[in-house]
Design a protein around this ligand. Structure first.
Ligand SMILES: [Zn+2]
Length: 297
């Protein structure tokens, strides 16, 4: 499943290839990826045809391509989605779902933007007036790499929450774009167990895990993103290879690089959490309960 660094790599690829290009035609080959456009695939194609892409933006794992009309093409890659930029004569991909034929620019010939998705949890939609920020994304928090992310506000919100810190990191209304892999990596770096409750962490703990998330995600960006799913490739069709640098994720039973203790795996929200039981001691199960004293008579 693509995480934020992969999506950012895709955004950069789109910014490099599709800006200032006119959408000459749109072919929806499977209705499911455009299911959120309620008027249907034909209306989706009609609204986009003739428009020009003016930018490539991202909030968390959502991407959008603003149009010269002030609207936007909004996309989410889901589990297995890809946005590929291809020469117009490249053979169609097996799981090609939506095909945009883009016109030439002053310097480059025509090309295709292709949405390819095997499992089709992702999708595309048309966002009216969504160029600046699609209204669909208003509830999604900024991500830690966003220059306008508010560290102090995040720390305050975490320390008011009784949820475990890993659950908080995965909550898109608190912070976006930190998926399961980067949450585990950041928690290991910060030496925090994912079940430690937000309201029992110190300010310095929260700041440390936020910095760790930034460091892990920045490193992943430098390497083109992590890929665990053979289905995932970036905008130019190359797989990420950051997985070589992971410390805990997918490393059950292998020694922690800090202390040598075998990495442990536990199930977590239908997925897995990986951690070092020594560097990241689990919280005590039972919260102290305030008990009123009862005076004997
Ligand atoms: Zn360790």
């Amino acid at each position: 499943m693509p995480e934020l660094p992969e999506v950012e790599v895709v955004r950069r690829g789109l910014a490099a290839h599709v800006l200032d290009r006119t959408i000459e035609s749109v072919e929806v080959l499977h209705a499911r990826p455009v299911r959120r456009h309620l008027p249907g695939p034909e209306d989706f194609a009609a609204r986009l045809t003739g428009r020009v892409f003016t930018a490539a933006r991202r909030r968390g794992k959502y991407l959008w391509l603003p149009l010269d009309s002030g609207d936007a093409l909004l996309g989410h890659l889901g589990m297995s989605g890809q946005l590929l930029v291809q020469p117009a004569d490249a053979p169609p991909e097996r799981h090609l779902r939506v095909l945009f034929r883009l016109g030439a620019t002053g310097t480059d010939g025509p090309l295709d933007l292709r949405f390819v998705d095997q499992r089709m949890f992702g999708g595309l939609s048309f966002s009216p007036s969504g160029a600046e920020l699609p209204p669909e994304l208003l509830h999604i928090a900024r991500d830690p790499l966003d220059p306008e992310f508010d560290d102090a506000a995040f720390v305050r919100r975490v320390r008011r929450s009784a949820s475990g810190i890993k659950r908080i990191l995965l909550n898109q209304t608190m912070v976006s774009g930190v998926g399961n892999i980067y949450a585990d990596e950041a928690l290991w770096q910060a030496r925090l167990h994912g079940e430690r409750a937000g309201d029992r962490l110190r300010v310095a703990d929260v700041e440390r895990v936020l910095e760790a998330a930034r460091a892990v995600m920045t490193a992943a960006l430098g390497e083109g993103g992590t890929s665990f799913d053979a289905l995932y490739v970036n905008v130019n069709g190359q797989s990420g290879y950051f997985d070589r640098s992971l410390e805990v994720y997918g490393r059950e039973g292998r020694p922690c690089s800090r202390c040598g203790t075998p990495i442990r795996r536990v199930s977590f929200m239908n997925r897995s959490s990986f951690f070092c039981p020594v560097c990241q001691p689990p919280p005590r199960r039972v919260r102290p309960v305030a008990v009123r004293g009862v005076r004997g008579g």
